[in-house]
Design a protein around this ligand. Structure first.
Ligand code: C5P
Length: 397
C-alpha cells in the first residue's frame, strides 16, 4: 500500500510559471496515489492558470479567498489542522518571505503559518530571485525552523536564462512527499536533550571567558531530532539562532548553569546529544562589582569547569550519550580516549583545522566513533545533513 492513500494534502499554488507542472503533479497525487488533495491558489497563481484544471483533477473546488461571502468561520485554521501536509509547489520568493516572517495576509500564507513544519516548500523562480540574499536568508530561516524543502534544480528557465530555479522533478517531489508521510521516524516518541552553544564564565558582571561556538551544530541536531519524531529539550548557551520549531528551549550561560539545568531535567532521557562547547577555563573568583581599570589584576586564577557529561552519566546509566569533540593533533586517538573516559556511547570528532568545519561555519565534516568500535566518516555537508547522518548512524550501530 502506498503511504499517500487517503492522506489529506493541501497543495498550495503560488504565482510562478512552473505552476503548469503542478497540474500533472496533482493528477499523480490524486489518480495514481489516491491522496485527498485540496488546492489553494494565491491571487497571482490565478493570473497564471485557471482553477478549472485543478478542480477537475482534485474533484474539489479550488479555494483562494480568506473570507469568502458564502462561508463564515475559520477554515484557514481548520484545514491545516486536519491536513497531513501542506505542499507549496511552486513556492515563489514571495511566499517564502511571508512564511519566514510570519505574514499571513491571504489564505495560503495563513494556512502555512498554522501548519508549521507540516509544510514542504518546492521553490521555483528566476535564478536572480533565488540567489538574492533576501531569499537565501528566508530559506535559511525556514530550514532552521525545520521546514522541509525540495530544492529547485538547475537548467533552462522560463525567462530565457539558465541556472538554478527550476521546480524539482515531479518524481522527486512525489518521493519526498511519500517518505515524509510514511511515518518511519528514527526517534519516534523518544525523549532527547541537546546541549548547544558556548558557555560564559564570568570574571565580573560585564567580562567573561568564552569560546567560538555558534551553536549551529547543536541547533541542527535539535531540529533534526524533532523531525525524526522526538520530544526535544534544547539547553543552549548564548547564540543568535532562532529556536527550531517544536523544540523546548532553556537558556543558560555558565557551565554551572548548564550542569544544574541538565541534572534537573535528567528523568527518562533516551538520548543526550552533548554538543555544547563547555568553556573549561573558569575564573576562580567572581567579582560582584565591575573591576575598575586601575585594579585589573596581572593574572587571573582559573579552575576547570565541572565535567558535566560525566556527572550526567553517573546518574543515568541507561541514556545513550553522544559527545562532541573538537581536536586537531592526534584527534582520532584523543576523541576515542575522551569517549572512554567519559563513558559515552558515541563521540563525534570535529577537526577545526579543516576549512568549513566546526566553529561558526554552515557546514561540517565529522568522524563518528562508537564505544563498540564503529568508525564512520561523514563528508562535508550542511550541519543539518550532518545531524541527520549522525542520528541515522546511532540508530543503526
Ligand atoms: O571539551 P571536550 O572536548 O572535553 O568535550 C567533550 C565532550 O564533553 C563534549 O560533548 C562536551 O559537551 C562535554 N563536556 C562536558 N563538560 C566539560 C567539558 C566538556 O560535559 N566541562
Amino acid at each position: 500500500m502506498n503511504s499517500l492513500l487517503g492522506k489529506k494534502i493541501i497543495l498550495g499554488l503560488t504565482g510562478g510559471i512552473a505552476i503548469y507542472k503542478s497540474a500533472y503533479l496533482l493528477r499523480r497525487l490524486c489518480s495514481d496515489y489516491g491522496a485527498d488533495v485540496q488546492v489553494v491558489m494565491t491571487k497571482s497563481a490565478l493570473e497564471f492558470m485557471s482553477p478549472v484544471i485543478f478542480e477537475t483533477f482534485s474533484g474539489k473546488k479550488v479555494i483562494s479567498e480568506m473570507f469568502p461571502k458564502e462561508l463564515s468561520g475559520t477554515r484557514h485554521v481548520d484545514l491545516p489542522v486536519e491536513a497531513d501536509m501542506v505542499l507549496v509547489a511552486p513556492a515563489t520568493a514571495n511566499i517564502l518571505a511571508k512564511a519566514a516572517h510570519g505574514i499571513s495576509d491571504d489564505l495560503l500564507s495563513a494556512i502555512i503559518l498554522v501548519a508549521g513544519n507540516k509544510t514542504v516548500f518546492a521553490p521555483a523562480m528566476n535564478v536572480n530571485m533565488l540567489e538574492n540574499p533576501a531569499t537565501i536568508e528566508n530559506i535559511r530561516i525556514l530550514k532552521e525552523r525545520s521546514y522541509d524543502f525540495i530544492d529547485s534544480e538547475e537548467g533552462e528557465l522560463a525567462c530565457n536564462t539558465s541556472g538554478k530555479g527550476r521546480l524539482a522533478d515531479e518524481y522527486k517531489i512525489l518521493e519526498i512527499v511519500e517518505s515524509k508521510l510514511a511515518g518511519n521516524k528514527l526517534l519516534d516518541g523518544k525523549n532527547v536533550i541537546v546541549t548547544a552553544g558556548p558557555t560564559r564564565e564570568y570574571i565580573d558582571p560585564v567580562r567573561f571567558i568564552s569560546n567560538r561556538s555558534s551553536g549551529k551544530m547543536g541547533y541542527a541536531v535539535a531540529a533534526e531530532a524533532v523531525k525524526q519524531g522526538a520530544r526535544v529539550t534544547l539547553i543552549s548557551g548564548p547564540t543568535n539562532l532562532a529556536t527550531p520549531f517544536g523544540v523546548e528551549k532553556i537558556s543558560i550561560e555558565s557551565a554551572n548553569d548548564l550542569q544544574k539545568t541538565l541534572l534537573d531535567n535528567n528523568d527518562n532521557v533516551d538520548y543526550l546529544f552533548m554538543v555544547a562547547a563547555v568553556e573549561d577555563l573558569c575564573p576562580l573568583e567572581f567579582s560582584k562589582d565591575k573591576i575598575k581599570k586601575n585594579n585589573i589584576p596581572e593574572k587571573i586564577d582559573l579552575k576547570l569547569a565541572p565535567d558535566i557529561v560525566s556527572a550526567f552519566r553517573k546518574l543515568n546509566p541507561q541514556t545513550c550519550i553522544i559527545g562532541f569533540s573538537v581536536e586537531m593533533e592526534n584527534g582520532k586517538r584523543r576523541s576515542i580516549e575522551k569517549m572512554k573516559s567519559k563513558n559515552l556511547d558515541y563521540i563525534v570528532w570535529n577537526d577545526p583545522s579543516k576549512k568549513g568545519v566546526a566553529f561558526e561555519t554552515e557546514t561540517n565534516e565529522v568522524t563518528v566513533f562508537s564505544a563498540k568500535g564503529m568508525e564512520t566518516f561523514l563528508k562535508k555537508d550542511t550541519k543539518r545533513n550532518i545531524a541527520q547522518g549522525i542520528i541515522k548512524l546511532i540508530k543503526n550501530n
